[in-house]
Design a protein around this ligand. Structure first.
Ligand code: URA
Length: 218
């Protein structure tokens, strides 16, 4: 797997990541959602450099410009619900593409053990398309792998790009073992640890709750 760890180089992306993490700033849920969206936009721009372009003639009012235009058929897939703001950011840039949504959640059998339950999938055919799989927090990596397994039933993408705001090193190692080797990971930042509850440390907390409010069931 090819890993693009973008916070390693200083850019405005780092400010948005810092605001997501900051326990005071993150209380503003509108800013939290918008920062995830902005990160989706930045990661989309970066990954677009690895997509496929064709020469085309663009007719302007004054002449013809011979230029490169993106040709790929793209599907953006997000894991509900925390993935929605990141998804919107990616869709802001790839505004004509198809979309897929999947529900994958942790069902805790004890405080420290859980299984991933995938219940809902709405997806177009993925065959020969570029799949952009978005999940803001790549913690253990198990839900992303369960998501990918569910998606294999709706076609074989020609390329896979994983987009995430913050990952744990353990999650990155896990998905590197379970995704096809040519997969690219576009990640804001990679944190060193997971806690006993498989949350990323230092991370930012619960991205779904911060974006949309606390839920009854943890
Ligand atoms: N999901 C989150 O929202 N945060 C984590 O740290 C891990 C999973």
């Amino acid at each position: 797997m090819k890993i693009h760890h973008l916070a390693k180089a200083p850019s405005i992306l780092n400010n948005y990541l810092n605001q997501l993490r900051d326990q005071e700033i993150q209380k503003d849920s509108m800013r939290f959602r918008r920062n995830l969206e902005r990160i989706g936009e930045i990661l989309s721009y970066e990954l677009s450099k690895h997509l496929h372009f064709q020469e085309e003639d663009i007719v302007t009012p004054l002449g013809v410009k011979h230029a490169q235009n993106l040709q790929d058929k793209i599907v953006i897939c997000s894991v509900l619900r925390a993935g929605l703001p990141l998804h919107q950011g990616i869709l802001n840039y790839f505004d004509w593409v198809e979309n897929a949504f999947i529900s994958a959640y942790r069902y805790h059998t004890s405080d420290t053990e859980f299984e991933i339950i995938v219940e809902y999938l709405a997806s177009p055919d993925l065959d020969k398309k570029v799949l952009i799989l978005a999940d803001p927090m790549l913690a253990s990596g198990h839900s992303l792998v369960a998501t990918f397994e569910a998606l294999t039933k709706v076609g074989l993408p020609k390329e896979i790009h994983l987009v995430t705001a913050i990952a744990s090193q353990e999650g990155v190692d896990y998905i590197a073992k379970h995704f096809p080797p040519e997969t690219r990971l576009w990640v804001g930042d990679i944190d060193p640890e997971l806690n006993d509850y498989a949350y990323i440390v230092p991370g930012l907390g619960d991205a779904g709750d911060l974006a949309f409010g606390e839920k009854l069931q943890k």
